[in-house]
Ligand binder design. Structure first.
Ligand SMILES: *Cc1c(COP(=O)(O)O)cnc(C)c1O
Length: 482
């Protein structure tokens, strides 16, 4: 089918769907229309967001949502799951092929849920199963209260080593206030204070001293690649399970931009991910695992997760089918190339980047040189139609709320077709905003970390510059709603 006839079909589908929604709750139909207009009209640089294809979006809105399907393919706690079985089996098959993984579990509802399944299955595989053997029990039903007490002690004394939040790790990698920081004794590794780069010697030294059950690799705000072969060596040396959370960069793995030592899947015991970030699928999560963990991961629902979202598994299957096409590799390479262009655009205009650049899809801009906090920068940029999110930088003097950085990512605008020149212009427009923004004051006249003053006319000028780029690279080209 041609692109033109496909977009005509898509326009028709949404036009009709919105009419149906309007007949029940017009305000939701209106908000849905407005959301499309807003997304079309702004430069989306949020590193964790993307635009899924109409095929993926349409797959989400079906009667598969109405099914309960606890259990696994062919082994359900509910009747009449034959079509859900088809969907889940196909999504898992596409995922295994796409990532070269021995086993794929496509039920997790989100990235955080995928991590919970991974933690649970590591505890079950490495603690519960050996403990049952030692106690001479076949399954947990045979345990006495005293056995449970000793098992609780075993579970509750496990250790996890992950990347610290301010170095770019995720909340679920052992951050104290998160459940992962409460159910594990946790320690964190950081980055080199001089270079901002991951310091493998530091990771190894901490691992030798701390002896974690789980070594977590992966990040949300680190603008560099990771050598997962090295991380596995460290894990093996101390007998840890290597868990890689590729939530952010799964698209670069799927598109073979990260291969060899940079491909986590062959090196990790368990790999978790979201499906909606650089992978460009529906909002959701997934766990990939080596065979030895498969049976434990399979019990994710109902041990950790609520009933699977069959409509979302269907959409995952469609997205993975898209990612298996050769065009996806071109897209993934463009994400990385565009991040280079964006970084160069800042560096040549004398802005400071954490680690001095990027070799993935993230650029972490240090805005302290403009005399601003991340919070002020984020707000001023938003006034000009540039959507980013503030982010702390290593050893951030402004803490996790106000921060000193702005995190940028290229997946979304690359989907719209932006290339080298467009990203250079994006850097130029952002610099125009930041260099024309002054920190504001509180009502009492004190210096403020939140309020700011953007010079007259800048927001309009930059929005006009952004509109030029956006009009040339439309979101969902051909999709027209009356
Ligand atoms: C985004 C992200 C998650 C969480 O994903 P949700 O779908 O929002 O739950 C987990 N881990 C990492 C590394 C992430 O970047």
């Amino acid at each position: 089918m041609t692109d033109a006839s496909l977009s005509q079909l898509t326009s028709g589908a949404y036009e009709q769907a919105l009419k149906v929604i309007e007949s029940v709750e017009p305000r939701i139909a209106a908000a849905t229309r407005q959301e499309l207009a807003d997304q079309r009209g702004s430069l989306k640089l949020i590193a964790s967001e993307n635009y899924a294809s109409p095929a993926v979006l349409l797959t989400m809105g079906t009667w598969f949502s109405d099914k309960y399907a606890e259990g696994t393919v062919g082994h359900r706690f509910y009747a009449a799951c034959q079509n859900v079985d088809t969907v889940e089996a196909l999504a898992a098959e596409h995922a295994r092929e796409l990532f070269g993984a021995p086993y794929a579990y496509v039920q997790p509802h989100s990235g955080i849920d995928a991590n919970l399944v991974a933690f649970w299955s590591i505890l079950a595989n490495r603690i519960e199963t050996p403990a049952l053997k030692k106690l001479g029990a076949k399954n947990v039903n045979e345990l006495t209260e005293a056995d449970w007490e000793s098992l609780r002690h075993e579970f509750g004394n496990q250790r996890l080593l992950g990347m610290s939040l301010d170095a770019g790790g995720h909340l679920t990698h052992g951050f104290r206030p998160n459940i992962s920081g409460k159910m594990f004794h946790q320690q964190q590794y950081g980055t080199d204070p001089e270079t901002g780069l991951l310091d493998y010697d530091q990771v190894a030294a901490k691992a030798r001293e701390f002896k974690p059950l789980v070594l977590v690799a992966g990040y949300s705000a680190y603008p560099r690649r990771v050598n997962f072969a090295k991380m596995r060596e460290i894990a093996d040396e101390v007998g840890a399970v290597l868990m890689v959370d590729m939530a952010h960069f799964a698209g670069l793995v799927a598109g073979k931009v990260f291969s060899g030592d940079e491909d986590p899947v062959p090196h990790a015991h368990i790999t978790t991910t979201t499906t909606h970030k650089s992978l460009r699928g529906p909002r959701g999560g997934m766990v990939l695992a080596q065979e030895e963990f498969a049976a434990d991961v399979d019990r994710g629902c109902p041990m950790v997760l609520g009933g699977p979202l069959s409509h979302m598994m269907a959409a995952k299957a469609v997205a993975f089918a898209e990612a298996r096409r050769p065009e996806f590799q071109t897209y993934a390479q463009a994400i990385a190339d565009n991040a280079q262009s964006l970084a160069e655009g800042f560096l040549k205009r004398d802005a400071r980047l954490v680690t001095g650049g990027t070799d993935n899809h993230i650029v972490l801009l240090d805005v302290s040189g403009f005399g601003l906090t991340g919070r002020q920068a984020e707000s001023a940029l938003l006034d000009a139609g540039v959507v980013t999110n503030r982010n702390s930088i290593p050893s951030d003097p402004n803490g996790a709320w106000y921060t000193s950085g702005v995190r940028l990512g290229t997946p979304a605008l690359t989907t719209r077709g932006f290339g080298h020149e467009e990203f250079d212009r994006v850097a130029e427009l952002m610099i125009e905003v930041l260099s024309n923004t002054q920190p504001g004051t509180t009502k009492a006249g004190e210096p403020s970390k939140a309020s700011y003053v953007l010079a007259d006319g800048v927001a309009e000028r930059v929005q006009a510059g952004a509109d030029e780029l956006l009009d040339k690279n439309p979101l969902y080209p051909g999709l027209e709603l009356s």
